[in-house]
Design a binder for this molecule. Sequence first.
Ligand code: FAD
Ligand code: 2HG
Ligand code: ZN
Length: 476
Amino acid sequence: LTKDRYNVKRGEYSLLTDGHMAFFMNLLGQNRVINDPSECESYNIDWIKNVRGQSRCILKPRTTEEVSKILEFCNENKLAVCPQGGNTGLVGGSVPVFDEIVISTALMNQIESIDEISGVIVCQAGCILENIDQQIGEKGLMVPLDLGAKGSCHIGGNVSTNAGGLRLLRYGNLHGSVLGVEAVKANGEILDCLSTLKKDNTGYHLKHLFIGSEGSLGVVTKVAIQCPTKPKAINMAFLGVESFDSVLTTFRRCKNELGEILSSFELIDALSLDVVTGHYKMQSPIPQFPFYILIETHGSCNEHDEEKLNRFLESAMGDGVVLDGTATNQPSKMKQLWELRESITQGLLMDGYVFKYDLSIPIKEFYAIVDVMNEKIGKDAVRICGYGHIGDSNIHLNLSFKEYSKEMHNKIEPFVYEYTSSLKGSVSAEHGIGFRKSKYVHYSKSPAAINLMQDIKRMMDPNKILNPYKVLPESS
Ligand code: FAD
Ligand code: 2HG
Ligand code: ZN
């Protein structure tokens, strides 16, 4: 499926032999080397079931030293590898394309230290995001990122994709909050850049090479993250508005009036909400509108925050920008509001086949792409919808169809990327490039930038064993 649809050829890597398997069994023991075809299955298919590999070897190291020995051996024997965290990636980067060996971080799940004063934590790459948040929550801290996949994604995967998520507008991206990274290079060398310092300008900031490079430059084994204090007060509002212009007006006013307490500002269009009210029969707290906005505040004094939010709602509803809305700080109600937003991705899969685009587009033109695609594709689609992180100018354009068709694929791509590029947007805002988008990097990066990326790749992974066929276009 993968090969045919994407037209790629296997690289000149070695084929796995009994001798190779014996080495891995000897290193990790039988339980941590999976080669039974049915057990390998879930490691070969991505979350949206869009791409499928054929690996017959899944390795589960527990320590950095084991990762180092695996990579040294694979590099010497020219065996290609695919690092895998929680396998929730949406661009086909986390599963093999052919028979690459999967290096899963599932057993590298220890939090090594929590500094309650500085808020800095150090943990292994395979810690599940939600587990970290729960454990540090007991000490009054929170992880600075949150996403719908939190129950499965690993922090190493988050760092490797530079995941954005639901509160980036408040807590910034991982290039800011990751203080240090430990990674293993393709040749097995361990690179200790695991600083826990906020300030450290000694030489080049090598950690950034691993943040967002999707396993193409090394395997991230540990991370140090600056974690903020858990908010004492959380409030949410769910609003309905008539037009995208009203969404923008509301955003601007929200920033002005809520100021430092605003922690999330998310857009859901009518057909996106319909995914969860339709497929999952979830209840919307307000009647139907063309656009919905989900607002969250994080602060330290509930009286203050509630008053601010109510004042903002009164004025926005008073002059008709917001047509209806509800506000709450009850944990169960807030959970329901987040579920409406976070379940859209999963619910969309029930439509059939979904073409997904994760675009950064200048905020004024943010939503026009949905109208443009409606005009171009129209009735052939089950649904064309847009939702996402308005606060970061990041729209998730999704087009669902009863089934995959090559003809439709060609009608949508590269058009979507050309359109995004013409607006100086990014063809990958937060999900990464992975396998599905490597041909399209040039729509957002210059030839000189791509050449330099390829030089860095050649230098760090001369045998191209790390996550081949992904992230960068084939170099000439
Ligand atoms: P994987 O999917 O396993 O891997 C992702 C990539 O990183 C692959 O290329 C893999 O090879 C590489 N990789 C993984 N671990 C390592 C490692 N230790 N060292 C080197 N390379 C590694 N993303 C967002 O940015 N924002 C969102 O709001 C968001 N919401 C989501 C909601 C849902 C329901 C789902 C299914 C996905 C969502 N995603 C979102 C996408 C995805 O969850 C993120 O990209 C996440 O960071 C991937 O983490 P993972 O552990 O699952 O990584
Ligand atoms: C989100 O914000 C994720 O919910 C997934 O990034 C987006 O499914 C998508 O297109
Ligand atoms: Zn997102």
